[in-house]
Design a protein around this ligand. Structure first.
Ligand code: SAH
Ligand code: SF4
Ligand code: F3S
Length: 470
């Protein structure tokens, strides 16, 4: 195939979560191996792939508007091939293929076929559709083998943050939170074989990766049954921590459950490599809303779980997600969420306005009753409550010396450069996933450094470099 598609210029854009970004990296690295030339600008492109998200309507609207832009470009360049991949491709299938700009629609489980789909679309000059027909059925063995092979073949992505890589430990989701589209676009929960995960991390370490982030929609529910033993995320973390070269391991996102919780958390004080950071969304602080969301816990039970985490790992940083304006959410329900946020003392929180997703239980059974302005006001209020807490927690870092892994230049690299020998402002993260900025040579990207915190804001710690490492 290489000869026919050799040197085609490809642009690939990601509009979704970390899972989606990892798929983008897998597709990019496989197409680079197949002979495509990966570029940044649309102007030169022969093929444009858009990796999409369906989690909220807003995410889909951004894609639709981008497709409108591409349709416009295609008026003068009709040969441009546009492929939509990812969750929205799976959700909308042939409806998306009807869009004038679109040549290829390819679901998350079909990405191993992408090079072939592009080739067919060009050679046969016809639209190509590849999605899973019955998304909640377990994938046939050859398909899941193809996906596993595709995933394992992944090398290092040039565009990734230097020194860091994501590794998926499980696909899909079986939790069925009533608002959520993910189980219907990513299919049933499947845990990858431990050897495949560990081999992959070893290869990444050999290639210079220092931090891996293990990914799963409910990553702590990872469970792989082999003949002699059932493996949990704790086993994966412990084995990954034994790999030379890997220094930090993070894992997201956690579902609040007691199963394996102690074993996973206990690794944090026991192993300096397992980072003391837990992203574990509560979604709401009202028991009535949690029940309607099918979240399977109460607010008090969730807070007790956080207490337990803090008793095992006193310096743990915890992050959360919340949905405001879920159907039936009254002022009292919302106040219960405010109370939970105050008690939980998160490092930071993401707050989302409820967006009805077609086909989900909440959309089928419940009316989207909370008006947009109320959702907006609750969103702002919750963020304000959280900001105060983030500010207090950040301030505790003042004057402290911390180890960070440097990502690269910050979004405003010129800041403070003049006073710092023209060294740009760099952005880095602590083991607790706090964002730190400081001025230092760009060559520190992908390396660990030791910094002293000199100023704090709710979401950013400002620092001075004290020491850098290889
Ligand atoms: N699997 C992860 C994240 C899933 S999507 C988890 O369970 O934590 C990321 C976040 O989007 C969720 O935590 C939730 O807060 C939010 N979300 C999901 N569906 C949504 C919807 N229909 N409307 C608004 N926010 C939603
Ligand atoms: Fe969606 Fe719930 Fe699964 Fe997270 S755990 S992906 S919110 S269904
Ligand atoms: Fe991620 Fe969005 Fe799909 S959150 S799993 S890209 S629906």
């Amino acid at each position: 195939m290489k000869s026919e598609i050799c040197n085609l210029k490809l642009v690939i854009k990601s509009f979704g979560c970390q899972m989606n970004k990892l798929d983008t990296a897998l597709v990019a690295s496989s197409l680079a191996r197949a002979g495509f030339d990966l570029i940044d600008g649309l102007k030169e492109a022969d093929v444009v792939l858009i990796n999409t998200c369906s989690v909220r309507d807003h995410a889909e609207q951004r894609v639709i508007s981008h497709l409108g832009h591409l349709k416009h470009i295609k008026e003068s360049r009709p040969d441009l091939i546009v492929g939509v991949i990812g969750c929205m491709a799976q959700r909308l299938g042939d409806k998306l293929l009807e869009h004038e700009a679109v040549n290829i629609v390819c679901g998350p489980a079909q990405i191993p076929q992408i090079a072939n789909l592009i080739k067919e679309a060009i050679e046969k000059n016809k639209k190509e559709l590849a999605i899973t027909e019955q998304i909640r059925k377990p994938a046939p063995q050859p398909d899941s083998d193809a996906l596993e092979e595709f995933e394992s073949a992944y090398g290092i992505d040039d565009k990734a943050i230097p020194g860091q890589a994501f590794v998926r430990v499980m696909r899909g989701c079986d939790k069925f939170c009533t608002y959520c589209i993910v189980p219907y676009v990513r299919g049933p929960e499947v845990s990858r074989p431990p050897e495949a995960i560990i081999d992959q991390i070893k290869r990444l370490a050999d290639a210079g990766i220092k931090q891996v982030t293990l990914l799963g929609q409910a990553v702590n529910c990872y469970e792989y049954k082999a003949a002699e033993k059932t493996y949990s995320l704790a086993d994966i973390l412990a084995n990954a921590a034994d790999i030379e070269g890997i220094e930090w391991i993070k894992f997201v996102t956690n579902y609040p459950t007691e199963k394996y919780f102690d074993q996973i958390l206990q690794l944090m004080p026991d192993s300096p490599k397992v980072c003391p950071y837990l992203h574990m969304p509560a979604q709401s602080g009202s028991d009535k809303i949690l029940r309607a969301m099918n979240r399977r816990y109460t607010a008090q039970w969730y807070l007790d779980l956080l207490d337990k985490a803090r008793s095992i790992v006193p310096d743990i940083a915890i992050a959360g997600d919340f949905i405001v304006g879920f159907p039936g959410e009254t002022d009292d329900d919302f106040q219960a969420t405010v109370e939970l946020i105050k008690k939980a003392r998160y490092k930071n929180c993401f707050v989302f306005k409820y967006s009805p997703r077609p086909g989900t239980t909440a959309d089928k059974r419940l009316q989207d009753t909370v008006p947009p302005d109320v959702k907006q006001a609750r969103n702002i209020e919750l963020l304000a409550v959280q900001e105060k807490i983030s500010e207090e927690l950040s301030r505790e870092f003042l004057g402290k010396t911390v180890k960070v892994l440097v990502e690269g230049p910050s979004k405003k690299p010129h800041l403070n450069a003049a006073e710092s020998n023209n060294n740009p402002q760099l952005v880095a993260r602590t083991a607790t996933d706090h964002i730190v900025v400081f001025n230092a040579p760009e060559s520190l990207a992908g390396r660990f450094a030791t910094v002293r915190i000199t100023k704090t804001t709710p979401l950013t710690l400002f620092a001075k470099l004290t020491e850098s490492q290889e």
